[in-house]
Design a protein around this ligand. Structure first.
Ligand code: NAP
Length: 259
């Protein structure tokens, strides 16, 4: 595992890059969409909630950043034809894809394997693992048209070592890291496409609140404070980095204010 320290992204780091962000309607994905746009990228924002995506769209426009695009999609129900349709639309509108952040995920619930809800198991693996595979497969031809494309998967502490009760979520995140490594290995010698994962650590989002309802969110970093690693991996400064899981060095980000 790796981490970066003291990275200062240039303001034009992602100038004219076309970047697709899944789960851009809230939490880390919304922060990443805004950070990428603030550094010059045209961001395509994918999630289910159109009102939430529209609110992020308005924030980006009001800040004077490049006009983003909204692509509403439910990763749970999407078939491969939907991913092909998305790739065709991106090719028609933008001609290539320079970045892909696989960030959308569902948590499900903490439960023992013996009692694991079977439907929830299938749904969680579909959204957190199969969807990033299908989206990567459909978008790879478009990423080959980019001079410097970057794919980022989203890992988790429970991916690195199996932990009781984390069931489908833990398995899906471990699988996503393995998928990242396979993709990085397959692409390393014949394309400039780099593929890495980020484990964001504990961050104050809706998902974190669902998992730890008793925790004070003010004790956790906000999504916008962990963006340096996302910007580093999405931009040209990370050329040559591939196949790694990055963790966030929490010492290097602004600490939440103590009451
Ligand atoms: N927060 C943490 O402490 C933490 C720690 C480790 C890893 N992570 C990972 O970080 C990533 C972001 O999570 P977050 O904490 O920012 O959670 P969040 O605020 O709940 O965001 C999850 C995003 O995923 C989207 N999503 C969920 N199901 C979807 C579906 N079926 N189709 C399309 N989009 C879907 C949601 O949008 P809609 O509801 O609009 O569809 C939302 O934009 C996840 O991969 C998570 O596993 C988070």
């Amino acid at each position: 595992m790796k981490s970066i320290s003291d990275y200062q992204p240039g303001t034009d780091l992602l100038h004219e890059r076309i970047i697709l962000v899944t789960g851009a309607s809230s939490g880390i994905g919304a922060a990443a969409a805004k950070a990428f746009a603030a550094h010059g990228a045209t961001v395509i924002m994918l999630a289910r909630s159109v009102p939430k995506l529209e609110a992020i769209y308005d924030e980006i426009i009001n800040a004077g950043h490049p006009q983003p695009a909204i692509y509403p999609m439910d990763l749970e129900g999407a078939t491969y034809a939907h991913y092909e349709e998305l790739a065709t639309t991106l090719e028609k509108e933008f001609g290539r894809l320079d970045g892909l952040l696989h960030n959308a995920a569902m948590f499900g619930s903490l439960m023992m394997l013996e009692q694991h809800d079977l439907g929830l198991w299938a749904k969680t693996l579909q959204v957190n693992l199969t969807a990033p595979f299908l989206l990567s497969r459909a978008c790879l031809p478009l990423m080959r048209l980019s001079e410097d494309a970057s794919v980022i998967f989203t890992s988790s502490a429970v991916a690195h070592h199996g932990k009781a009760y984390w069931g489908a979520y833990g398995v899906s995140k471990a699988g996503a890291d393995n998928l990242m490594q396979i993709m990085a290995d397959e692409l390393e010698n014949n394309t400039p496409i780099r593929v890495n994962s980020i484990d964001p650590g504990a961050v104050a989002t809706q998902m974190r609140r669902k998992v730890y309802p008793g925790e004070d969110p003010r004790s956790l970093p906000k999504p916008e404070t962990i963006m340096a690693t996302y910007l580093y991996l999405m931009g040209p400064d990370s050329k040559g980095e591939t196949g790694h899981i990055f963790t966030i060095d929490k010492q290097k980000i602004p600490q939440p204010a103590k009451e």
